[in-house]
Write a protein that binds this ligand. Structure first.
Ligand code: SF4
Length: 265
């Protein structure tokens, strides 16, 4: 059963009648590559990319899973088998936003039971109780919000209320705190420039006030905005200098450096 986009351009990942949502996920793509970002950058990993997202960042590098979802519903057993056909022992569940799907927890549990290290790439707005070895939280800043002057990359210029919806949903400190208290985490911020730093400091401070579990500076990662080599050329030095200045960690985007914006990397 294909995954469709409705007339408003929102991911229609509603469950077809013949699909059991506790046993299936809308999968955009499944591929083997190098982890491009974060603490595990460079580690060969199998990526399971789900379709659909509850946010609409203008710079989204996977808009084809969010604004223009493609792919098909696949059973959890089928996905586990497809992962097992690929080499390595690291799996990254990404999106879109994988946590909006109930079956993501079951998939993670089954992969973990088979000995895989599991990373979940999430915007941190929905909590899931599952076998997660690294929760890669990417809280979304005000600079992510789509506007008429800054419509999403590859998306429909008609925002259809997404500016307001995105603003309401993009930060949930109780959910972020639960992740910090439950799993090893990294907080990964997409940085467009120095203007983002005051908000990043506010988000980190407020999260530290929300939970007694330590959030170390080394767990806070600054990642240059850019989904092409050309764009990264203009952001990476700026963001590296900001990481040095603030004592946070810099993360490259290995997949963009190596493969530019090729799909399936
Ligand atoms: S939260 Fe992630 S997947 Fe969703 S729109 Fe933003 S960047 Fe794209």
């Amino acid at each position: 059963m294909p995954v469709n986009a409705d007339a408003a351009g929102e991911a229609d990942t509603s469950v077809p009648t013949e699909v059991d949502a506790s046993e299936a996920l809308p999968i955009n793509e499944l591929f083997h590559s190098l982890q491009g970002e974060g603490k595990l950058a460079g580690v060969p990993s199998t990526f399971v990319r789900t379709a659909g997202c509850n946010l609409r960042c203008w710079f989204c590098d996977s808009y084809h899973t969010s604004w223009e979802p493609t792919g098909a519903w696949r059973g959890v057993d089928d996905i586990v088998d497809a992962v097992a056909e690929r080499p390595g022992d690291h799996v990254v569940l990404t999106g879109g936003e994988p946590t909006v799907h109930e079956a993501s927890a079951d998939l993670l549990d089954r992969l973990s039971a088979r000995g895989y290290h599991t990373t979940v790439e999430t915007n941190g707005t929905v909590f899931r109780d599952a076998a997660i070895d690294l929760a890669s939280l990417s809280p979304k800043l005000a600079s992510s919000t789509p506007t008429p002057d800054r419509p999403p990359v590859g998306g429909d210029a008609d925002l259809d209320g997404w500016t307001e919806r995105h603003e309401e949903r993009r930060l949930d400190y109780d959910v972020l705190a639960r992740y910090v208290e439950t799993y090893p985490v990294q907080l990964k911020f997409v940085v467009t420039g120095p203007d983002d730093m005051p908000e990043i400091e506010r988000v980190v401070d407020r999260l530290r006030e929300t939970t007694s579990t330590p959030v170390r500076d080394a767990d806070v990662l600054l990642m240059p905005e850019g989904t092409t080599r050309e764009r990264l050329e203009s952001t990476r030095r700026v963001v590296a200098d900001l990481a040095l200045e603030h004592g946070y960690r810099y993360t490259p985007r290995v997949h963009v450096d190596v493969w530019n914006d090729a799909p399936g990397t």
